[in-house]
Design a protein around this ligand. Structure first.
Ligand code: NAG
Ligand code: NAG
Ligand code: NAG
Length: 439
């Protein structure tokens, strides 16, 4: 994490992008779960890493008002002198033990940082988000007539609706049709400035057969939002595995070969005004793109299943999105990435096309050859300038990928997979590695 000259320049460029982006849209955030106390230096490392990849803000998500932790995160951003921004995502779900945010908690999330230099402002207003909060009964439990009234109460106590730019995820808007989104925007017309889709298209929630992610829901959100004069914040996620819930009885939902790349390409084509990566650090649901900076992920075996490759590869797509789409930027250098599950899909009761494979992604500046070996299986693919995916059916043994040009190794030693096949039965967290992943 050395702050070399290149990083300093990238940070400077990122800040220029932020300034223009505030007028032009095209900003990328990451969903950040505030878990437990860590040293402020950890927050600084996380901010620097996120910023070096083109992420402009963290959406601080919690259903407990953890002021001390939030204070430290804001302080970290300020002490870095960075143009890295923060905003809250008030998490309005209720834990099984009844824990939930109060109205005064949500008001405090807004008011405490309204004048902080690292508070994200959008169109001159304090950017604010929520995860749920569209359920009338939840607000009636707080003495409010319904959900829109509840939010009005929050905003009036927090200094007025006019100063806030509110872009929540409301699960009642699933994007299944333009009319579905219209209904939610009609109901919440006076309290929201836009809508965020948490998992709408980021995780194709399916039972077999596997279907590729589609942007049809994003497009419905965008059509409805623009006709209401609202913005749309899309989500993009790496492979996802939640051991606790499922779309159906199987617990291996939300997997998706190529998901990260395919979703980014949809985002790049559609150019929604805002994008939130889901997530930075949700160890529990295996959707993290961050390396594990603190012990908080240890219980979920995060160390053995690094996802750094998503973040490194993602930088290319973040830059392309911010450039406004168009033709794919040619990579400056060569890099190699590897992704695989360590267990056959069928073991978890799933039958999912193509998932029992090792996926290798090469991002190259000019023609090169990818070789991938998984145990006794191997495959060779030609890569031309840009991004190429090369896969092979997985088998036990060593997992290796190499990249050569004119017979010469471009990445000495290639990339190897440390996680063994069959090592964690019923764990469908994805393992990843890349040549830049050890930095
Ligand atoms: C890769 O390119 C070489 C040289 O052009 C060609 O001979 C070979 O058939 C190609 N391999 C594949 C898998 O397309
Ligand atoms: C890969 O595995 C699938 C599913 O078992 C099989 O249909 C296919 O023939 C295999 N491909 C190769 C090249 O072995
Ligand atoms: C964590 O993953 C590694 C690598 O797959 C495996 O060897 C280890 O047993 C796992 N630990 C737990 C507690 O699941």
């Amino acid at each position: 994490m050395a702050m070399g000259m290149g990083v300093v320049m990238m940070v400077a460029m990122a800040s220029m992008l932020v300034e223009s982006a505030q007028a032009q849209n095209g900003m990328v955030f990451a969903h950040y779960l505030i878990y437990q106390p860590v040293d402020i230096s950890i927050y600084k490392q996380e901010i620097q890493l996120a910023q070096s990849k083109g992420i402009e803000a963290f959406a601080l998500n919690t259903n407990v008002w953890r002021k001390n932790l939030a204070d430290q995160m804001y302080q970290a951003a300020q002490e870095l002198g960075s143009n890295f921004y923060l905003f809250f995502s008030a998490d309005c779900h209720t834990d099984t033990d009844g824990t939930q945010l109060s109205i005064s908690d949500i008001v405090a999330m807004i008011q405490t940082y309204s004048n902080h230099p690292n508070q994200l402002k959008y169109q001159g207003k304090q950017f604010f988000s929520a995860w749920l909060g569209d359920d009338d009964a939840w607000w009636q439990g707080k003495g409010q007539a319904d959900a829109p009234t509840g939010w009005q109460t929050v905003f009036s106590q927090a200094g007025g609706r006019d100063n806030i730019f509110f872009v929540p995820f409301f699960s009642s808007a699933d994007g299944s049709s333009v009319g579905n989104v219209d209904n939610v925007l009609n109901k919440f017309e006076s309290v929201v400035d836009g809508l965020y889709a948490w998992d709408t298209s980021a995780w194709p929630c399916y039972s077999s057969p596997y279907t590729n992610p589609t942007d049809s829901r994003d497009l419905n959100f965008m059509t409805s939002s623009s006709s209401h004069g609202k913005v749309y914040m899309a989500s993009v996620s790496p492979w996802f595995y939640n051991p606790y819930i499922g779309c159906s009885s199987v617990k291996c939902d939300y997997q998706g070969p190529n998901l990260w790349i395919q979703r980014w390409k949809q985002i790049i084509t559609d150019q929604p005004p805002l994008v939130e990566i889901v997530t930075w650090n949700d160890w529990v649901e295996s959707s993290y793109v961050s390396p594990q900076f603190s012990a908080s992920g240890a219980a979920y075996n995060v160390t053995s299943f690094p996802h750094r490759a998503f973040l490194e590869l993602g930088q290319h797509y973040i830059n392309w999105y911010k450039a406004g789409g168009g033709s794919e930027p040619t990579p400056n250098g060569d890099s190699l990435y590897m992704f695989y599950y360590t267990n056959p899909a069928a073991d978890g009761g799933c039958s999912i096309l193509n998932s029992d494979q090792v996926f290798v992604v090469a991002m190259v500046a000019s023609d090169a050859v990818i070789f991938v070996q998984s145990g006794s299986n191997s495959n060779t693919c030609n890569a031309s300038a840009g991004v190429t995916v090369c896969s092979v059916n997985f088998s036990a043994g060593s997992q290796v990928a190499t990249l050569t040009r004119n017979g010469v190794d471009v990445i000495p030693g290639g990339v190897t997979g440390a996680a063994a096949m069959g090592s964690t039965p019923n764990n469908y967290n994805v393992y990843s590695n890349c040549n830049n992943c050890q930095q």
